[in-house]
Write a protein that binds this ligand. Structure first.
Ligand code: GUN
Ligand code: ZN
Length: 464
């Protein structure tokens, strides 16, 4: 294939902004006039236009103006078969699952229904600038086949797998450990590593998993150590009590997964709202990740994730952000950033000592603040590192897959452009202005800011 190139304003990350308190711009790479050269879907050159262009005479260039181009967003935790129950009224986690989620997800055993829902799911990802997602499916083989087929058709870097549950679930929706093991194995053999698809062994959560189901997960991980493991952890107080009743030999939620040797690199626990300091420390030491799902944690009333604790340099936890759609009520990770910022501000009302002076922790409170660089790092390079796919996606490094999102800082509600013009009124964009505009995008816009989404060097979405 012939080389092509994109000329525009590019921003990505070379390091973790939480490591550069007060000098976060050291973690950023910014080219106000940059050139990204792509061959066969892979980045082959990148840098300032004036430096890179002479190395590629005759290359066909697409010019993108008045936009900020970022690596494609990575959603670390989302539920494909909840696309239609998004925005269901009135319940916290456990009754919400029973009332809304299991009946809806069950419909995905029907191929035609699954195909329609899956198409909506992928269309919404792309319209949100999300080019990679680690997704839950259902425990049904057809649903999973449809997911992997559609991911291949879209040529998207996706992680997912058969989502097993055999406790606290209606019979019509329950797996058996044997069927979970057999069907997972069928899917792994057929889809893992085929195209851009990656497989995650997926026990739904500790509250829904017998010892036998977790043992089946351990067996799969032993047979296929390169696979991902995706699950939920410590989301909701009622769930946590139930987990410790079901697994009464474990003294905390993480211990359930540790008992089956599941916790380590490529493991993601979604939510982690109520993780103890000791669980954060063990997760950090193991190389596992937590997915912060702020929109869902607010929507289902689960609680306030302690971002500043998870990013403590003494035991920094690998983090990605998840919409948790449909537990989260939006597909767009930009809305997750908005909610994450507010969660940090709320946590800081306690940490600044104004309520209980002895609980003041100004260092943790500083880490709770979701600056625009921390925010967009978490959707790109940080997420890729947490999922151990940073050699593939997450930045504009040469050799990576050319997935990116083109952001229009003037899009959104009618006053957005007027708001943003206060931060930047034309001319060449500086890093400082880009930072202000990105914060504006996450706080006063939404997926309307996503003008284009590109997958493997091809435009896969253009806003109407
Ligand atoms: N825990 C187990 N299943 C689910 C789910 O579908 N959504 C959320 N938010 N938590 C869960
Ligand atoms: Zn979830």
């Amino acid at each position: 294939m012939a080389e092509t190139a994109i000329r525009g304003t590019f921003l990505d990350f070379v390091d973790d902004p939480w490591k550069h308190v007060g000098r976060e711009d050291e973690s950023v790479r910014f080219h106000s006039d940059g050139l990204l050269v792509i061959d066969d879907g892979t980045i082959t050159d990148f840098g300032p236009y004036a430096e890179v262009a002479p190395r590629h005479p005759g290359v066909s260039v697409t010019e993108i103006t008045d936009r900020i181009i970022l690596p494609g967003f990575i959603d670390g935790h989302i539920h494909l078969p909840q696309t239609r129950v998004l925005g269901a009224y009135g319940e916290q986690l456990l009754p919400w699952l029973q009332k809304w989620v299991f009946p809806e997800e069950h419909k995905y055993a029907d191929r035609a229904y699954a195909e329609e829902g899956t198409k909506h799911f992928f269309d919404n990802l792309l319209a949100s600038g999300t080019t990679t997602a680690q997704t839950f499916t259902t425990g049904n083989l057809t649903c999973n086949e449809v997911f992997f087929e559609e991911a291949a058709r879209r040529n998207m870097r996706m992680i997912g797998g058969l989502t097993g549950i055999d406790r606290h679930v209606p019979d019509y929706f329950a797996n058996t450990p044997e069927q979970f093991y057999d069907d997972s194995k069928t899917l792994i053999e057929k889809h893992h590593g085929v195209g851009r698809s990656l497989y995650a062994i997926t026990p739904r959560f500790g509250f829904g998993a017998s010892n036998e189901l977790l043992a089946a997960c351990r067996r799969l991980k032993q047979e296929y150590p390169e696979l991902w493991i995706n699950t939920h952890i410590s989301e909701n107080p009622a769930e946590i009590h139930g987990v410790l009743a079901l697994h009464d030999d474990c003294h905390d939620y993480l211990g359930v997964y540790e008992k089956y040797d599941l916790v380590g690199p490529k493991f993601t626990g979604g939510h982690g709202v109520w993780l103890s300091n000791d669980e954060f420390r063990r997760i950090s030491e193991s190389g596992a990740a937590v997915s912060f799902c702020p929109s869902s944690n607010l929507y289902l009333g689960s609680g306030l994730f302690r971002l500043g604790r998870a990013t403590d340099p003494e035991h920094r936890v690998l983090l990605n952000f998840g919409t948790d759609m449909g537990g989260g009520n939006r597909f767009s990770l930009l809305n997750s950033l908005e909610d994450a910022y507010k969660v940090g501000m709320l946590n800081n009302t306690l940490l600044d000592g104004s309520v209980i002076p002895s609980e003041q922790d100004l260092a943790e409170s500083e880490r709770n603040k979701l600056s625009p660089f921390r925010a967009f790092y978490s959707l790109t390079k940080g997420a890729a590192e947490s999922l151990y796919i940073d050699h593939l996606v997450g930045s504009f490094d040469i050799g990576k897959e050319a997935d990116f999102v083109v952001l229009d800082w003037n899009a959104g509600p009618p006053a957005t452009a007027w708001h943003q013009s206060m931060l930047h009124d034309g001319g060449e964009l500086t890093l400082e202005a880009a930072s202000d505009l990105l914060f504006g995008i996450m706080m006063v816009s939404d997926e309307r800011a996503v003008d284009e989404t590109w997958v493997m060097g091809e435009r896969a979405y253009k806003k109407a």
